[in-house]
Design a protein around this ligand. Structure first.
Ligand code: ZN
Length: 216
């Protein structure tokens, strides 16, 4: 993970810190200070052996859905604070990380620690805080993280339009016409391979934009 700088500001491997999955402690004892919320990553990797990438985001377009009863799983950290916890919403320890990681299972999943565990959800919202994405590779994870943000913006606009139309009595429909369940599962599979074209463009943007510095 990046040391304690904005991830976009890392320039080379010297800005990265390696952590052990088992306890989220740095591999090197004298490692640079890092992110406190690294437990999000370590506990998901610990629980799901097939996960190779975890992204945690505070994108503002998604936040409203973490506090308004979304259908996506919402992790409420307040249910898991221990009595002496710092109540700043951050995932500051293994206990909170593990509690969050369990939300990537279906609600009714019978979790057995020893079996090979697979994701039931790719995204978990975190109340008043942000969201976390897990996937089998970096490209798919980035793709899902970006489209979680973009889809949230589309849904917000749709809800605003519906509210306006309803108030003006322009139409009878008062709910969004969401994807059907069979469309959800079919369209969901596209994301597992559909990242390739977008990824190619994003890589070119990173190379061309001049904001990011890469030292060999
Ligand atoms: Zn956070």
């Amino acid at each position: 993970m990046p040391r304690n700088v904005a991830p976009a500001n890392i320039t080379s491997a010297k800005d990265l810190v390696q952590y052990n999955v088992v306890d989220s402690e740095p591999v090197e004892a004298n490692a640079a200070p890092g992110y406190i919320e690294r437990y999000i990553h370590s506990e998901i990797y610990r629980r799901f052996p097939g996960v190779r990438s975890v992204i945690h985001s505070h994108a503002s377009a998604v936040l409203p859905y973490s506090i308004s009863g979304a259908k996506t799983p919402v992790f409420d950290v307040a249910k898991y604070y221990k009595s002496d916890a710092t109540r700043d919403l951050l995932i500051r320890d293994r206990h909170l990380g593990e509690s969050l990681a369990k939300y990537f299972h279906a609600e009714d999943a019978d979790v057995v620690e020893t079996e090979t565990l697979e994701l039931d959800h790719s995204v978990v919202l975190m109340r008043g805080h942000g969201y976390t994405v897990a996937a089998q590779g970096i490209e798919e994870c980035v793709y899902r993280a970006i489209y979680t943000r973009d889809n949230a913006a589309v849904q917000t606009e749709s809800l605003g339009l519906l509210a306006a139309a309803y108030n003006l009595s322009y139409g009878p429909r008062v709910d969004i016409d969401y994807l059907r369940p069979d469309e959800l599962s079919a369209a969901g599979k596209i994301a597992m391979t559909g990242w390739a074209r977008a990824w190619g463009l994003w890589v070119r943007e990173v190379e061309a934009i001049g904001l990011y510095v890469h030292e060999r």
